[in-house]
Design a protein around this ligand. Structure first.
Ligand code: FNR
Length: 405
């Protein structure tokens, strides 16, 4: 009602409500390389498009005269009550959208009571984000480093930061083939972006910091420091390092951030390192889901990384029903392609417990910082609330296959 009434007074929204306009406005604000990195996908971007097309195909069938008035958006997940079935996906290199980066997103997420999944590839250390969030919910996304001690250190920090779940991303053991970035010659790591989580890690610094001539950004990474870094980059300088040094650092980093030979048995070790619920992100095959259940994993995120990794991979929404059917009782979340409130309802109807939002909040960040992210969340949840009402249900948890054609 509030959003509609603002419009009644002739007030334009803080950021465009229509997704296409939101993306276009962000494109105009951002540099070409930054926009390419955020918006782009892998290969011919078939999976990127398939994610959206899958949502186009699913049809909702509303019920009339249901006698419902109030809607309850909340859901129960892993023993936690979420205000709505929405989380902010882990997104690396957010400084490419705006200098305040993760810090602005953390504040917006806390204000809107939407859990924020801190990325391993964050531009602001998790401690700084957590400190800005009060008691609001946050999770941590892990890339399993080729150095186990770095992995364990990241997990210890996440626990100390009050993260209530650990999301292990499985689909990025190698970085995808991203033609937009390649054509612009703009791999963000090459410019020293998105490294604050690692550079603020004591174990990473002691074990790899010496070997890597990386920029010596010391925690806490403040918005001011980040904007200084952005200014330096704008002048073509990368923390005083030569291009060759940066390339060497990037190569070393790429060899360190992930463990390409990660296997199922490693999960058993992970279990021994933390008591946090473990959620696997990037599962698309029902057999992988079953194996995860056998290994005692606590939840799954059906995801293809927003079409940024394996081009030609099945759309997330298309993969969802088989995964859900394979692991009865296990919480299954979905991301990749969620753009509207009715998309959230479609994912729930197909068995997801909640969804994660990716690029749209980054566009909000680019356009309006914290306020922009808040506006994107508010619009999405307002539309989801209306969707429930128009479907004829009084609560998010009531959406099910009965609402699908
Ligand atoms: C991502 N994603 C991602 N995932 C992850 O586990 N760790 C990360 O650091 C990142 N980084 C990242 C950067 C950018 C610019 C994008 C767009 C995405 C993937 C992300 O968590 C999520 O899976 C997708 O963004 C969901 O797809 P949509 O909503 O963007 O279509």
């Amino acid at each position: 009602t509030e959003i509609y009434l603002r419009g009644l007074g002739g007030e334009r929204p803080a950021v465009p409500v229509q997704l296409a306009d939101l993306q276009e406005a962000a494109r105009r604000t951002l540099g070409a390389a930054e926009f390419a990195y955020i918006a782009g996908g892998a290969g011919a971007e078939r999976t990127l498009r398939a994610n959206l097309a899958a949502f186009e195909r699913v049809q909702l069938v509303p019920r009339m005269l249901s006698g419902t008035k109030e809607r309850d958006l909340s859901v129960e997940l892993l023993g936690q009550r979420l205000a709505s079935p929405l989380l902010l996906a882990p997104i690396g290199v957010l400084e490419s959208a705006r200098p305040e980066a993760d810090l602005a997103v953390a504040r917006a997420a806390a204000a809107e009571q939407v859990p924020f999944v801190f990325s391993s590839q964050a531009s602001v250390p998790m401690e700084t984000c957590a400190a800005a969030m009060g008691a609001a919910p946050r999770w941590f996304q892990l890339y399993w480093s080729s150095d186990d001690e770095v992995t364990r250190s990241l997990i210890r920090r996440a626990e100390a930061c009050g993260a209530s779940a650990l999301v292990l991303t499985l689909d990025t053991t190698l970085l995808g083939w991203r033609p937009r970035d390649l054509d612009l010659g703009s791999l963000p790591f090459l410019r020293g972006q998105g490294l604050a989580q690692y550079l603020s890690d004591p174990v990473f610094r002691s074990r790899l910091g010496q070997a890597m001539p990386l920029p010596s950004v010391r925690p806490p990474v403040t918005p001011q420091l980040l904007s200084t870094a952005a200014q330096l980059r704008a002048k073509g300088k990368t923390f005083g390092l030569s291009l060759k040094e940066m390339q060497r650092a990037a190569a070393r980093f790429t060899a360190t951030y992930s463990r390409p030979d990660l296997g199922w048995d490693d999960l058993d070790r992970l279990r021994g390192w933390t008591r946090l619920p473990i959620i696997l992100k990037g599962v698309l095959h029902p057999d992988d889901a079953r194996e995860a259940a056998r290994r005692g994993v606590d939840g799954l995120i059906v995801s293809n990384h927003g079409g940024r990794q394996l081009d030609g991979a099945v759309a997330s929404l298309d993969a969802l029903p088989d995964v859900v059917a394979a692991v009865p009782g296990m919480p299954v979340l979905l991301d990749s392609g969620v753009r509207t409130g009715s998309d959230i309802a479609k994912a729930l109807a197909l068995g997801a417990q909640a969804v994660l939002l990716g690029r749209p909040y980054v566009y909000g960040l680019a356009l309006g910082g914290e306020a922009g992210v808040r506006a994107v969340i508010q619009n999405l949840l307002a539309e989801f609330d209306l969707t429930l009402g128009l479907l004829g249900v009084g609560a998010a948890r009531e959406v099910g296959p009965q609402h699908l054609r």
